[in-house]
Design a protein around this ligand. Structure first.
Ligand SMILES: Cc1cc2nc3c(=O)[nH]c(=O)nc-3n(C[C@H](O)[C@H](O)[C@H](O)COP(=O)(O)O)c2cc1C
Length: 351
């Protein structure tokens, strides 16, 4: 197993930990991963409290971002720290600006096409890593970045239909992942990259994101032709993940049969565990909510049956009745809460 090279950045373990909102992935988790030799990522979404966000969402979000980045760097001196910034955020530009000011090492950006990212991060040495789920999305990003900024992605994360989070797949593909195998997506993305790699004289590392729970899963992705992996679900059940222990226990006890595909308020399919909140939504109940801070640009708040930010803040607090448990298909194999470092132990013997 080789270290992952992203431009001049050498990552001892070819693993990026997914920046997971709301407060699953904060400084503590990112620092633990960075100390173990991977890239630790903070998710920029929902870092503030409900009350403070209602008063001044932009200012509160900025303040927490700065605090988390500085705290991660202090906890993991010399480690590689990144930020996950969803394109769907209403304060996207502001968050990227803060990442530049605070000098994070990498920015991972998905949940939409990050077409303006190189412009916003211009002048920095931050590695820019878009997330895609198809050759088509890759092509749009490559053409746009080339035309507007003469810039190539520093690495690319490829999500397959078994991954967690908001997904750029149809519900049918999520329910039948064999319709969109990640190996095919990898081949399509490679084909789109090839002419740009030739023109820029630069090879772009590709990271596979779905269903990586064990060291063997990492090796499987490397054998498929990926240069590394992007891991979410396994890191939810770590000591350093930011959510309440009651919520971690829901994840640890979950089986794959408990996974339901919901349509999130931003119009994308998302895998979640069957919990009391989800039962209500499946029964077509609407959970009343206000929308004081419009965190997601694409949120169809008027038509939505629930507020995803509210529900994820309840997950954070360990309210298992009201909480929403977003998940990837690997959850059935996650049966314990471990220190994040433990994920890397078997990998250390392979480098
Ligand atoms: C609880 C949870 C929260 C997530 N939050 C985010 C997020 O804030 N931004 C994002 O781009 N992706 C998010 N994702 C998707 C991950 O970044 C990642 O690509 C995916 O989960 C990888 O698949 P895996 O969970 O099978 O490891 C989230 C996933 C989960 C399970």
């Amino acid at each position: 197993m080789l270290p992952l090279k992203i431009g001049d950045l050498e990552v001892p373990m070819p693993v990026i930990q997914a920046g997971m909102g709301v407060q699953v992935a904060k400084a503590e988790l990112a620092a633990a991963v960075a100390k173990a030799g991977g890239i630790g990522c903070i998710s920029s979404v929902g870092l503030g409290s409900r009350e403070a966000s209602e008063n001044d969402y932009l200012a509160d979000s900025h303040e927490h971002l700065v605090k988390e980045i500085r705290s991660a760097k202090t906890l993991a001196p010399g480690g590689i720290i990144g930020m996950n910034v969803m394109v769907a955020l209403s304060n996207y530009d502001d968050v990227i600006k803060t990442c530049v000011e605070e000098k994070v090492d990498v920015i991972v950006s998905g949940a939409g096409l990050p077409l303006t990212l190189p412009g916003l991060a211009k002048g920095s040495n931050i590695k820019l890593i878009p997330v895609v789920s198809s050759g088509r999305a890759m092509k749009i990003i490559l053409r746009s970045w080339h035309r507007r900024y003469q810039y190539m992605p520093d690495a690319v994360i490829i999500e397959g239909p078994l991954c967690g989070g908001h997904m750029a797949f149809t519900e049918n593909q999520v329910l039948h992942p064999e319709l969109a195998p990640i190996q095919n997506i990898l081949n399509d993305v490679r084909a789109e990259l090839a002419p740009f790699e030739a023109e820029y004289g630069k090879k772009v590392p590709l990271l596979g994101a779905e269903n990586v729970v064990t060291a063997d899963d990492v090796l499987e992705k490397l054998n498929m032709g990926f240069d590394g992996v992007h891991v979410g679900t396994r890191f939810i059940c770590t000591e350093e993940a930011g959510i309440d222990i009651k919520s971690k226990e829901i994840y640890v006890n979950a089986k794959n049969e408990d996974i339901i595909v919901l349509h999130s308020p931003i119009g994308l399919p998302v895998k979640v565990l069957r919990t009391p909140l989800v039962e209500k939504l499946l029964n077509n109940e609407k959970i009343p909510f206000g929308c004081p801070f419009r965190c997601l640009r694409a949120c169809e708040a008027k038509a939505a049956k629930f507020c995803i930010a509210d529900a994820l803040l309840d997950t954070l607090a360990g309210d298992t009745e009201k909480g929403l448990y977003m998940v990837g298909s690997g959850i059935g194999r996650v049966n314990d809460i471990i220190p994040a470092e433990e994920f890397f132990e078997p990998l250390k013997k392979l480098v």
